[in-house]
Design a protein around this ligand. Sequence first.
Ligand code: 9L3
Ligand code: MG
Length: 154
Amino acid sequence: TDRGTPDPLPPAPPAGAAGPRRLLLVVAVALVDADGRVLLAQRPPGKTLAGLWEFPGGKIEPGERPEETLIRELAEELGIAVKEACLAPLTFASHAYESFHLLMPLYVCRRWEGAVQSREGQALRWVRPRDLAGFPMPPADRPLLPALVDLLGP
Ligand code: 9L3
Ligand code: MG
């Protein structure tokens, strides 16, 4: 038998078919202010999941550690400077969409430099933990709420 021949790669499934999904790595953060409120950002029109309220963050670029992604995204989207030592991992979100699997660690951050501002036109709200559940959220974000309320209190 020709043992030297490598197995061919399996054909890619057609888009939308059941089968292996792509893995999308995203990272998000709960920014907590001095009153214990948490920042939610509204996804702008034109983006996927437009209008839903999410924990700020974004895609982890190849080679980035999640902390580096957050430092970059928080500067771009909110105009604040965060030190890596101020980012504490709390839990993970994991959501299987039709065509990809989203895996998203959630960090908590209570210290940053600069004032939070909307740099990309997104609406921002500071929300008490007990009120978070009242906001329409992407499916990945909602299961994060119990861990956050356990940490911060209501
Ligand atoms: N996503 C979900 N919840 C979040 C974040 C930051 C992102 N808290 C999802 C929405 C998109 C994907 O992750 O499907 C990539 O996010 P973006 O790059 O479109 O913000
Ligand atoms: Mg983003």
